[in-house]
Design a protein around this ligand. Sequence first.
Ligand code: CAO
Length: 476
Amino acid sequence: MMNRLGNRLGSLAVGASQLTLARPVTRWNPHRYPSWRPSRGIHTHLRTIHTGRSVLGEVPFLLPDVGEGIQTVQIMEWLVKEGDTVTMGDDVCNVQSDKSAVTISVPYDGVVSKLMYEVDDTAVKDKPLMIIDVDGEEGSAVTTPVEETPPISTPPTGTGKDGRILKEDVMNFTQVVSGGKLLATPAVRGMAREEGVDLRTVRGTGEGGRILKEDLLDYIAATPPLYISKTTLSPQPPIHALPEDEVVPIRGIKAVMVRTMTASGQIPQFGYCDEVDMGQLVQLRSSLKDRLLEKGVKFSYMPLILKALSLALLEYPMLNAHVDQECTTITYKADHNIGIAMDTPDGLIVPNVKRVQTKSVFEIAVELNRLQELGMLGKLPPADIVGGTFSLSNIGAVGGTYAKPMILPPEVAIGAFGKVQVLPRFDQSDDLVRAHVMQVSWSADHRVIDGATIARFSNLWKSLLENPASMILDLK
Ligand code: CAO
């Protein structure tokens, strides 16, 4: 187990070193979406271009479905150029939709013969993104060819008498098989890369020791999840003074922020601030934190803050709502999909924890860990980003005390809170005490929410945080 853990940590560290390069939010690739197959058009084309030499020739690679019904995307960056050789699973370009950034990877081996778009062009779903000169047997490029990896030199350890290597040792020794080669399909290799798993540590149960997808999934399932600490993930870039002015286009997530915040600026917003005595919550968290860490789950203040928020929203459904653009209707949302403003290497992203009203505090913590891990790796899929009904911004995680949050339309309210600070306060007996104080700032759409509603809602949320035991009565 220790070895496995060590390995997992090792591979996470590799992931971290790649982080600075990882600009996109999510990644489309053929391994992620196993149900995806080249479109009928491609199959037809493959058949018609088949020659006597079994060479497939030029195949259009169509822009695949990136989810959420997105029909067009903007080409942000080509990661390959014409003439480059690509292998199935290689990333070829970063694209940006209204909802998220996505990295596209190719489903074939071959040579890029033509890129169909320039950077900043709009690419259309199911239309050719690039032409690939596919070389190989018909079908091989679109099914699962086997790749080989150079072996590592360590021999298997013998468990027999005097260290003799038994048949089982050879069977268990997964690194070197079939004449010193590690056998796995590109799909399995791609998945291992995505998950940060060194395939040489996975036992292959396929023919000749081939590592099957199930072997990899079993390996991943047997390895406890570990959250990635921000310190591991944020290598500090060197600071250089600019020699001269630099004009940079605003693209990707920042362009999305331009649109969203410009729309938010049109909304008359009411601000309301208060402070929360977090003393009991600080104690509660520290009594649970280590136990959850043993299960591989990081437990910050956020899960309790979210649960309190959801309990308060049950009493104030008008704050868990969407308004249409003209503000002629308001929709009270059934689910509490709480968005969390996340500071990631790609910029500000607001994924949401779905259906918080049905989740235990532990489940919220697990979900937050997952979102934070994906956010830090630039891999949040659109499904985690869309559908938010209320947002929170923990600016205190970065520092600072007060904030003026901006509503994320079509939502009608947002809260931001600062860092928990030890400050002098008077208790009910007028004694000076060391209090754990956190400031909260709310913004609400003043067209549909009045100030008194926000104040009452905030009082309820605050009372739950100041007496976390009272939440137990309402927990399902
Ligand atoms: N006060 C005191 N300590 C805090 C804190 C706060 N407000 N917020 C976080 N911490 C502590 C955590 O408890 C944790 O402590 P330990 O190391 O003892 O476990 C540590 O700081 C790191 O927490 P974290 O940031 O990894 O996790 P989190 O769940 O508290 O927050 C997230 C997650 C995603 C909200 C946060 O990391 C983040 O990105 N915040 C920035 C939000 C932002 O940019 N807002 C502006 C949006 S508008 O541009």
